[in-house]
Design a protein. Sequence first.
Length: 68
Amino acid sequence: MAAPLRWRDALSDERMAHLVKLAFRETSRALQARLAPHGVQYGHWTLLRVLWQTDGLQLAEQARVAAP
């Protein structure tokens, strides 16, 4: 009896990378659609999330963006 085919064996690395890219793209699109009615730009979401979770100190460091 042959061993069952696992999903990793069925997908090439290139195909898996493509699926991850598509999932990210759709998740980003869905988040943008949810933010738009509130007037929040997608690029501001990370900073607002960090502010919500912390007291806002060292914001650039926590958000992993360069300080202005």
